[in-house]
Design a protein around this ligand. Structure first.
Ligand code: Y12
Ligand code: CO
Length: 170
């Protein structure tokens, strides 16, 4: 089922998500709905809080080298923890909860993480490149943080002005 994606400045996006304790049918339905919703909206990553579910659940589905987004490459991540960060990198990020706005954000270039899959299996992985960036972006959602909070004071001011103008026009 396709769910509604909530957008800035909805306060729900500021909620801290909770640990998943049951790896049950309800979790599988949530993950399936998140995938359907993300694909229909042309996203490559989505956290559960973006569909108003405050659970430590996120999905990432990066395009492959042929620029095709294949379901086989979907990664479902539950209760993630970052164990180690290395380096730094700059990338122009976007977010389905802040549509039509893109800005450079600095993040760690390499991370080592643990998480659970949909069946509760514990996984440990190292990521770099776009996957490391996307995972840090989605994990911020679980803490109730958006990428616009990482902007410089001036860039944030400019964003708020533009966003107000846009909301008035709607
Ligand atoms: C790198 C940096 C950030 C992420 C997080 C996941 N972000 C997205 O999936 C963003 C998707 C997005 C899609 C949009 O729609 C289209 O391009 C058609 C979009 O534009 C509009 O809504 C008009 C904005 C963001 C992953 C990797
Ligand atoms: Co986002």
């Amino acid at each position: 089922m396709i769910r509604e994606i909530i957008t800035y400045p909805n306060k729900i996006l500021k909620e801290k998500s909770k640990e998943v304790e049951l790896f049950d049918e309800a979790l599988h339905t949530l993950l399936d709905d998140m995938y359907e919703t993300m694909i229909i909206k042309n996203g490559i990553g989505l956290a559960a809080i973006q569909i108003a579910q405050a659970q430590n659940v996120l999905i990432i589905n990066l395009p492959n080298q042929e620029d095709e987004q294949k379901k086989d490459d979907l990664i479902e991540i539950i209760n993630p923890r970052i164990l180690e960060y290395r380096g730094s990198t700059l990338y122009t990020e976007g977010c389905l909860s802040v549509p039509e706005f893109y800005e450079d954000v600095e993040r760690a270039e390499w991370i080592r993480v643990t998480y659970h899959d949909r069946n509760g299996k514990l996984i440990e992985k190292e990521y770099d490149g776009l996957m490391a960036i996307a995972l840090q972006h989605e994990m911020d959602h679980l803490k109730g943080e958006l990428f616009i909070e990482k902007l410089s004071f001036l860039k944030r001011k400019k964003f708020e002005k533009e966003w107000k103008k846009r909301l008035k026009g709607k």
